[in-house]
Design a protein around this ligand. Structure first.
Ligand SMILES: Nc1ncnc2c1ncn2[C@@H]1O[C@H](COP(=O)(O)OP(=O)(O)OP(=O)(O)O)[C@@H](O)[C@H]1O
Length: 428
């Protein structure tokens, strides 16, 4: 791959980069540092969102960014970068061709009075799945479409905090600095773990539920139906993970699957899915950065912190006490018993979806809990979406109160809370 020489960008200095057409500037922000980017002339975009000329964009610690230009541009960076270089070879032409093909399917859906494409992006970890999804959604929105973005990645999802899956109707391109789509009425389901492997039956059950709701939305909203759906998935593609990919493809009735960087997965999917599903193998971008375990942990923490405290636009969460008696804390999934010990007629899968009461204790400290939409225990709590999240900042066993961190002032809007493995230590 042809790449330009790296330039060091150090504090205080401004470094200019001249990009030819169809090139990208890749940079990583050093830990605990900030980097400022400015488009001085020409046109450029970050993962499909266009930059405004002479506006200063700030990127934070650990950010891994590619500024791409179709026609050439001049960029300026300041702050501390770990790396900064211009890459001349990128798979962007291939990705935009995919977008063009999807757009043709939308145009056809408009004339035939059918639905637009449902496309799923799959591949192992760190191949740029989330980035390709963002590109496809951004390009669709820039043409006036209103695609639905679905994120099934419970580890590094983009819609809500880790341990959830969800969907979002996207009306404008993702924010350049934060990288997120605007969160208007997202539909979120609580899974409670950062890997589907912890409770694959629950994971598949929630994927089916989300697929049903997304399809129902398409039936009542013509614009959404034509615009189609873009689905991001987990990087777990072996064994049960592969089965989960097949399950998701069937549940969402996908039309197109983009397999990034894994020929074997491509072949397996071609073998196992019906012929009408178009399965295309595409390369990953050389710029996609492999993230260490530590980096993944940090970005999960950052996602929860962002939920409560915001990123470039600060949020001010509320901390208040809630009596033990005012809430019902539940966990989904009972410990598995040997088949011989199961009550007559009960199957092992039932245990995976079983609700178990969690008595308040110090063990809840720092845990994130989802606030279920379910009003009573008669509702289908497992398949109910969630309103939002709280974090347990304190447990007083004597007074029988929990001190919680919540995005909104008291009172808690619902009383059924679902325990997540995800923890957040509130240092504010
Ligand atoms: N062309 C590029 N140049 C520089 N950085 C990039 C480029 N494309 C993606 N990245 C960065 O690489 C990282 C990994 O990309 P991404 O999250 O899309 O991968 P993924 O396959 O979805 O990973 P996971 O399976 O862990 O969710 C991100 O931080 C992203 O910003």
């Amino acid at each position: 791959m042809e790449e330009s020489k790296e330039k060091n960008v150090d504090e205080g200095k401004r470094v200019e980069f001249k990009l030819d057409k169809v090139c990208e500037l890749r940079f990583e922000v050093e830990n605990n540092e900030e980097v400022e980017l400015e488009l001085k002339s020409g046109m450029a975009e970050i993962f499909g969102t266009e930059l405004i000329q002479n506006k200063k964009y700030v990127f934070y610690s650990g950010g891994k960014i590619a500024v791409f230009t179709w026609h050439g541009c001049v960029l300026e960076l300041s702050g501390k970068t770990e790396v900064a270089y211009i890459a001349k070879e990128t798979p962007m032409v291939m990705y935009i061709n995919t977008h063009a093909a999807l757009e043709q399917m939308r145009v056809k859906a408009e004339t035939d009075n059918t639905s637009g494409p449902t496309v799923m992006v799959v591949g192992p970890g760190d191949v740029g799945k989330s980035t390709v999804c963002k590109l496809l959604v951004n390009y669709a929105v820039r043409l006036g479409r209103r695609p639905t973005f679905v994120d099934l990645d419970v580890g590094q999802g983009q819609i809500s905090i880790p341990g959830t899956i969800g969907s979002l109707s996207v009306e404008r391109p993702a924010d350049v600095e934060e990288g997120n789509f605007s969160l208007q009425a997202p539909l979120i389901y609580h899974f409670g773990h950062i890997s589907p492997s912890v409770n694959i039956n629950l994971y598949n059950c929630l994927v089916s539920q989300l697929a049903d709701i997304v399809q129902m939305r398409g039936e009542t909203n013509r614009k959404a139906a034509i615009s189609g759906v873009v689905i991001n998935t987990c990087g777990w593609v072996k064994g049960l993970g592969y089965k989960a990919v097949i399950h998701a493809a069937q549940a969402f009735e996908v039309d197109v699957i983009i397999v990034l960087d894994q020929e074997r997965l491509h072949n397996d999917l071609k073998r196992d899915l019906p012929k009408f599903v178009k399965i295309v193998l595409q390369p990953k971008s050389g710029g996609v950065v492999e993230r260490s375990r530590q980096h993944r942990v940090e970005s999960r923490d950052a996602k929860v912190k962002e939920y409560f405290y915001g990123l470039s636009t600060p949020l001010y969460p509320h901390q208040y006490d809630v009596k033990f008696s005012d809430v019902t804390i539940l966990k989904i999934g009972a410990p598995l018993l040997p088949d011989s010990l199961l009550p007559l007629g009960m199957k092992q899968e039932d245990a995976h979806l079983k609700l178990v009461a969690v008595p308040p204790s110090n063990q809840l400290l720092h845990h994130v809990l989802a606030v279920s939409m379910a009003l009573t225990s008669d509702d289908d709590i497992v398949r109910s979406n969630v309103m939002g999240f709280i974090c347990i900042n304190g447990v007083d066993m004597e007074k029988k109160v929990l001190t919680i961190l919540a995005p909104a002032p008291r009172p808690l809007p619902r009383s059924i809370l679902l325990l997540s493995d995800v923890q957040f230590v509130d240092t504010h």
